[in-house]
Design a protein around this ligand. Structure first.
Ligand code: VG1
Ligand code: CO
Length: 542
């Protein structure tokens, strides 16, 4: 039986950088989750009888929302839903599943790297038939719909047993509970030389992978341990937990500190990596060397041809605007297109679909390629391992060689989390107000060459996205970027991105924060962060 339930709109359902993210109690308010899911369905056309993929990162409330989504998909006329066993699908695996089974789209339930639990974060994101996050035209339509929605449709049937593989019927719709790992693992085998990686590992090369009690545990166990021979004891925190063990499943130098300390110690394995809540981010650390995500993108792009899936080279490279220019130098050398997009994976979809780029990346530990339409944590780990297996050098040697050839781009991001939204807006207005008059002026010891607010013109569909971050370019090539986060759930988060390119290998051994000191000083001089936020120092430095 299908019911139509009357509701009044919730005014705060605006999708951010990556779907709608709120605290769990917000999603638990009667009708809240249903209103958002119905608004998604109401914004789509032509899905009657088609397939929908549903999966999540396993966090608290995942199972409940999946049951609701199944009942609503049936009531709205989907013909079939593919759902990962246990309600689990990593974000890249969900993207692959949508593509492989030619689904109409997918619902990905995740708040990614944000903490989980009864009072922590939850999220819902819609992906389109190319496997990628819905573009802004669709997320804008969804938001508009949330403002006026007055009913949702739901079918009545018992909870589906998500822990048993098999095919069920519910509300006239077919529900298939599928293995969340198998298809993804098979895809990875088509891209990388598993034999070469296995030989590397059996030859004594040691790998440590931290799954952070998040979704990549089962993927790492199948791929790294079972198929590649990595010691199971080296896969840390491999069991997904609803609260990620009380930690932030964010693979950065703060939340993956233990792995970092291990990799810097005398007992360090050869290669350390971690992924985030939903498996789309990666952290790469060699023995004694942290590879910044911006550098990792550049190094993967420069070496991708060593892996079978990329042996014919790259069509182009894309990076988000705040990501460093290291990859641009690789694109220039390779003679391929380079694209600069706003933050968030949804902007890469058109470029990938149009064959304008093969590899994409973000400074926030996201790298991926045209094999799916999401960033992909384990993919980046496997590409690194494939490169290491072919080059037979250490991570440190590969990094050093890269810097010697292209120069080193010192890079850091300073986050000021959970600041007052009003103060954050004031800081931005003040900065925007003076953008046009900054050129030629000093900020600390640096001279400003150019300042603007980033606007993206999508070369494929011609759409324009404004106000995507403030950019300050300095004479000598350093750059500073200011943005407000679109994934946080409390107050505002100010992100300040700093970079400086250093061509001279004699200066490639500086400590990052020291190397960037003039840019950090300029950030305070320009934005008066202390004055506006009352904070003396960032919450997180990556
Ligand atoms: C952050 C990152 C961005 C990333 C987004 C989603 O967004 O900066 O690069 O695409 O998270 O990643 P924001 O708006 O908070 O800066 V994930 O792994 O949270 O899906
Ligand atoms: Co993520």
């Amino acid at each position: 039986m299908t019911r139509t339930v009357s509701i009044t709109p919730f005014k705060d359902q605006k999708p951010g950088t990556s779907g709608l993210r709120k605290k769990v109690p917000v999603f638990q308010a009667p009708g809240y989750t249903e209103a958002f899911i119905q608004s998604i369905f109401d914004s789509l056309e032509g899905f009657q009888g088609k397939t929908l993929v549903i999966g999540g990162d396993g966090r608290f409330y995942n199972r409940e929302v999946i049951q609701t989504a199944l009942r609503m998909a049936a009531a709205n006329g989907f013909g079939r839903v593919l759902v990962g066993r246990g309600g689990i699908l990593s974000t890249p695996a969900a993207s692959h599943m949508i593509r492989k089974y030619e689904a109409f789209g997918g619902l990905i339930l995740s708040a990614s790297h944000n903490p989980g639990g009864p009072t922590e974060d939850f999220g819902i994101k819609y992906n389109i038939s190319n496997g990628g996050p819905a573009p802004e035209t669709i997320t804008d339509a969804i938001y508009a719909r949330t403002q006026v929605i007055d009913r949702y449709r739901i079918a009545d049937f018992d909870d589906v047993d998500l822990d048993e593989l098999g095919t069920f019927e519910g509300g006239g719709m077919t529900i298939e509970v599928v293995d969340p790992v198998a298809d993804y693992a098979e895809l990875m085998e088509t891209l990388f030389d598993f034999g070469a990686i296995r030989a590397l590992v059996s030859g004594g090369f040691r790998v440590a992978f931290d799954a952070m009690h998040a979704v990549t545990g089962p993927y790492a166990s199948e791929i790294l341990v079972r198929r590649l021979g990595v010691d199971p004891a080296s896969v840390l925190n491999a069991t997904p937990l609803e609260d990620f063990g009380g930690h932030h499943p964010d693979p950065n130098l703060v939340h993956a500190r233990k792995l970092y300390d291990l990799m810097m110690s005398p007992e360090a394995p050869d290669f350390g990596a971690a992924s985030d809540g939903d498996g789309d981010r990666n952290l790469i650390i060699g023995r004694g060397v942290f590879v910044t995500p911006s550098d990792s993108l550049a190094m993967l792009a420069a070496n991708a041809h060593l892996a079978p899936g990329y042996k014919n080279g790259l069509k182009g490279i894309a990076r988000s605007m705040p990501t460093s220019g290291a990859a641009d130098r690789v694109a220039a050398k390779l003679g391929v297109e380079m694209h600069e997009t706003p933050t968030g994976w949804k902007f890469f979809g058109n470029l990938l679909d149009a064959g304008r780029c093969t590899i994409c990346g973000e400074e926030s530990a996201g790298t991926g390629s045209d094999h799916v339409r999401e960033k992909d944590g384990l993919w980046a780990v496997l590409l690194w391992l494939n490169i290491l297996a072919v080059r037979k050098q250490s991570v440190m040697e590969i990094v050093r060689d890269h810097w010697a050839e292209y120069g080193r781009t010192y890079y850091s991001r300073h986050d000021y989390e959970a600041i007052d939204t009003g103060q954050a807006n004031q800081l931005f207005s003040a900065l925007e107000g003076k953008l046009d008059s900054l050129a030629g002026h000093q900020a600390g010891s640096l001279t400003i060459a150019k300042a603007d607010s980033f606007t993206y013109h999508d070369p494929v569909d011609g759409s324009v996205s404004r106000n995507q971050g403030i950019r300050i370019f300095f004479e000598g090539g350093s750059r500073l970027v200011f943005r407000l986060s679109g994934t946080g759930t409390s107050g505002a988060t100010l992100r300040v991105y700093m970079e400086r390119h250093e061509p001279d290998p004699a200066h490639h051994d500086e400590e990052t924060q020291e190397a960037l000191a003039p840019v950090i000083e300029a950030a305070e001089a320009l934005a008066e962060i202390r004055k506006w936020t009352g904070r003396d120092s960032p919450t997180v430095i990556t």
